[in-house]
Design a protein around this ligand. Structure first.
Ligand code: PLP
Ligand code: TYF
Length: 389
């Protein structure tokens, strides 16, 4: 019976939220879960989304079913933002999903449908949700070295060496930008080299892009995705709007596929819809409808890049401040997105939690914008003390 179920290990990042909430200390610092926060610790709803929701409230006439593709206009409007010059490539199709997680699951479902023997090459470290999603569809994981936490450097040569062992049909999971958990992205030359290996060895790149616009800018952050599309005949992209439109709990994302022909793409999308129907039937509407209205209303479309840039500018300003404190933290100023890793043992991470009420992931990953403006100095002082100890 159900009583035979063993306990599960819950998501440690989400657990951290509860741990921090339960800490009564006033001065606590939450640099755990990856959500954007402003200088006083809020994760505000973007004004463009508020306006879109107002329009939605006033004009939406029905909540009748949309079908397994969800909001088609939403996917059409995301397309040029993500794909740039590739937007009019008719070998690429996209569909709305429940967040980036839904897109990842759907992408891996498609791979497992066509090639259950495919192995998925995953960098270490990676986002802790990647392995369970891949295992859930029955695909095997092979790790490639990605980042050296002690030297804060991408292990590019080791990564390329490991990909030499990949077999035709294998999948290479890549972070489009703002790597989670390291903040260390591939350079354009490195992207080009990975794209060549994928093309030559007939590997299928799956690019997870959950933070477009949080690093250098909307265009710059999509350069890796577009490079893969230029070089490889088959590419899968799992995209999220949850961060760059700040609609986290509304679950907004999309899956894009490129294959060798328009006809193959259409057939593959048939399987994508089939898998989606089996899992969630259709994606939730509200968040995607709000994003669609932002992108389809010229006045809101014009304002969104500025509201996104304000989030990005805060991320990069906090990075600069941390980087200026100690040469050992300087690398943080050269990384992108919300996360960086500190070269601290698990014991030291736990000691920071106990002694200073600083909540970061056990891996030493911290969210740079988890820091309020008035918390940065105390955080860096505690971290420097831990590095010295
Ligand atoms: N991929 C990475 C690397 C992430 O950090 C996230 C963040 O939550 C996601 C995908 C999926 O985001 P969501 O499902 O909330 O859209
Ligand atoms: O890595 C993070 O903190 C974000 C948020 O199951 C997140 O990506 C964390 C865990 C999770 C879903 C989202």
């Amino acid at each position: 019976g159900l009583a035979d179920l063993p306990p599960v290990e819950s998501d440690s990042l989400l657990q951290l939220i509860a741990l921090c909430n339960a800490d009564p200390r006033q001065e606590k610092i939450d640099v755990g879960v990856g959500v954007f926060r402003d200088g006083v610790g809020r994760t505000p709803i973007l004004p463009v989304i508020k306006d879109a929701e107002r329009i939605l409230l006033e004009t939406q006439e029905t909540k009748s079913y949309l079908g397994s593709a969800g909001d088609k206009r939403f996917a059409e409007l995301i397309r040029p933002i993500l794909l740039g010059d590739h937007a009019d490539d008719n070998k690429i199709a996209g569909v709305q999903t429940p967040g980036g997680c839904g897109a990842l699951r759907l992408g891996f479902e498609l791979i497992a449908t066509v090639n259950p023997q495919a192995r998925v090459h995953v960098g270490t470290p990676t986002w802790p949700n990647h392995p369970p999603i891949i295992r859930a569809v029955g695909l095997q994981i092979v790790e490639y070295p990605y980042y050296d936490r002690e030297n804060s450097a991408v292990l590019f040569d080791s990564m390329m060496g490991a990909l030499e062992n990949a077999r035709a049909g294998d999948v290479v999971l890549l972070h489009g930008c703002c790597h989670n958990p390291t903040g260390a992205d591939l350079s354009p030359d490195e992207w080009a080299a990975v794209a060549s290996v994928c093309a030559e060895r007939k590997l299928l790149p799956l690019v997870d892009i959950a933070y477009q616009g949080f690093g250098r800018g909307l265009e710059e952050d999509a350069a890796g995705v577009r490079l893969m599309l230029r070089s490889c005949s088959e590419v899968i992209v799992a995209q999220s709007c949850d961060k760059n439109f700040s609609v986290y709990r509304d679950r907004v994302g999309s899956l894009f596929l490129k294959t060798g022909s328009e006809e193959t793409t259409a057939r593959a999308m048939g399987h994508v819809f089939q898998r989606a129907r089996e899992m969630w039937s259709m994606p939730p509407d509200h968040g995607a409808a709000a994003v669609r209205l932002v992108l389809d209303t010229p006045e809101l479309r014009d304002r969104w890049p500025g509201e996104l840039a304000a989030m990005r500018d805060r991320i990069n300003a906090v990075r600069k401040r941390i980087a200026s404190v100690d040469p050992r933290l300087a690398y943080i100023g050269n990384q992108f997105g919300m996360f960086s890793m500190l070269p601290l043992s698990r014991e030291k991470v736990l000691a920071l939690r106990e002694k200073h009420a600083i909540y970061m992931a056990d891996s030493g990953r911290f969210n740079v914008v988890g820091l309020g403006d008035d918390q940065i100095d105390r955080f860096t002082a505690a971290v420097v003390e831990a590095l010295d100890a």
